[in-house]
Design a protein around this ligand. Structure first.
Ligand code: ARG
Length: 450
């Protein structure tokens, strides 16, 4: 492509070192769509005849089919997807193919392709998150009233319901979708026409190209447009954040399916056995989700570090943006799909959840609240309940069986009515709190909005 200036061929080692076709081939549908829009603008500008434009369009669409059907032979010597397609086009249609790159550089071309790729993938990831949310809402509905302990510091804190716990993840995933949406909105501008870095002396209709490609507008500074990879970093962050959410869910499930907790039974189809210990049933899907999240975070770091020292505008370092991008997109899509399937098939062990929540200690805070309602300041109430807890621990008498009035006259016998999980949950009616009525309302809200 640059033979005019050079008298030696590129060393084969440099070809191997510099090629990106082994991975950027997957940009082909976007590269072709971008080229067709660019050619149409050339036609309108009088740079191509109708015949030339038709030959280019037809040639590109045929190449697209050949790539899709595995008939296209990618050449490492042609470095990347852009040159592979252009070179093949010229081979097929002759001189008109050589006109396609007028007023365009691979720099604005690759920026266009990756924006289109990210946009498509964002839609796919959003859809996959949506599916997982629906599955979680379905499980939350099934276990809306199943009581379980809620934890802080991984110590039993207060009773919640399984439905409430699962809906917490639905909230996180909703924020992930919001972030994907933001990212999509910001990236959806067309860099085509920015050329290598300084636009072109041949002015094509940038707005028309943008419109054909579904962009909302055009980039406003050619140098920024060429150097910008913020949209990839942003997407890698959003994917990492989503991964972190699923990793936390994984950790909950890993704990829950241990014998110690025994809160959940994952299906045989979503667990694995041990090659040595016949009794084992391992939550590998959860562990791999947790493990792969490290890769997602690493991919984000990879790109940020690659970008941090780059002068404007294009530097070849930027070619390294694609392996982490593709890896994160592939990984999160697989993670979302497998988790959706696994969660759909899991069964909560409601008896175990209830047993774990039935320790009266989980209602110590409710007892303090009862004292507060009778006029005791909260700090005093906290101390009085602390004394009762200490007495229970020392004597081995459960908190709800102690003679509280003997500990302090502020206690009344009626206060013992707090020791009912049903009462405790029913009282938590403020928005966001886990009363069964609230949880059911939230489930209806999610069902309507999803
Ligand atoms: N394969 C290159 C990349 O991914 C395309 C842009 C090449 N531009 C250049 N000036 N060498 O970044």
């Amino acid at each position: 492509m640059w033979k005019g200036r050079f008298s030696q061929d590129t060393s084969s080692l440099v070809q191997r070192f510099g090629e990106s076709i082994s991975y950027d081939w997957r940009l082909f549908p976007h590269d072709i769509a971008g080229s067709i829009a660019h050619a149409r603008a050339q036609l309108k500008a009088g740079l191509l005849t109708e015949e030339e434009f038709s030959a280019i369009e037809k040639g590109l669409l045929e190449i697209e089919i050949d790539i899709r059907e595995g008939r296209f032979e990618f050449k490492t010597s042609l470095e990347d997807i852009h040159m592979n397609i252009e070179s093949e086009l010229t081979k097929r249609i002759g001189a008109a193919g050589g006109k396609l790159h007028t007023a365009r550089s691979r720099n604005d071309q690759v920026a266009t392709d990756t924006r289109l790729y990210c946009r498509t993938q964002i839609d796919g990831i959003s859809g996959a998150i949506h599916d997982l949310q629906k599955t979680l809402v379905g499980k939350a509905e099934q276990y809306a009233a199943s009581v379980m302990p809620g934890y802080t510091h991984l110590q039993r804190g207060q009773p919640v319901t399984v439905g409430h716990h699962l809906l917490a993840y639905v909230e996180m995933l909703q924020r992930d979708k919001g972030r994907l949406n933001d990212c999509r909105r910001r990236l959806n501008v067309s860099p085509l026409g920015s050329g290598a870095l300084a636009g072109s002396t041949i002015n094509l209709d940038r707005e028309a190209i943008a419109e054909e490609l579904g962009f909302d507008g055009v980039t406003r500074n050619s140098m920024d447009a060429i150097a910008d990879r913020d949209y990839i970093a942003e997407l890698l962050f959003v994917i990492s954040m989503c991964g972190v959410h699923l990793s936390r869910l994984s950790e909950d499930l890993i704990l829950w399916c241990s014998s110690e907790f025994g809160f959940v039974a994952l299906s045989d189809a979503h667990t694995t056995g041990s090659s040595l210990m016949p009794q084992k049933k391992n939550p590998d899907v959860c562990e791999l989700t947790r493990g792969k999240t490290g890769r997602l975070v690493g991919n984000l770091m990879n790109l940020l570090v690659a970008m941090k020292g780059l002068p404007l505008t294009y530097n070849r370092d930027l070619q390294e943006d694609k392996p982490p991008l593709f890896d994160s997109v592939d990984t999160i899509l697989l993670v979302l799909a497998v988790n959706t399937e696994m969660i759909a098939a899991m069964e909560m062990r409601e008896d175990r959840c209830l047993a774990a929540a039935s320790d009266p200690m989980l209602l110590a805070t409710d007892l303090a609240d009862a004292l507060v309602k009778s006029g005791v300041p909260f700090r005093t109430a906290h101390e009085l309940v602390g004394k009762a807890v200490a007495e229970s621990v020392k004597s081995g008498v459960p908190l709800d069986a102690l003679d509280l009035t003997a500990i302090d006259p502020a206690y009344t016998d009626a206060m013992k009515s707090v020791f009912s999980l049903e009462t405790a949950l029913a009282a938590r009616t403020n928005p966001g709190a886990p009363s069964v009525a609230n949880v059911k309302r939230e489930i209806e809200r999610w069902k309507a909005s999803l």
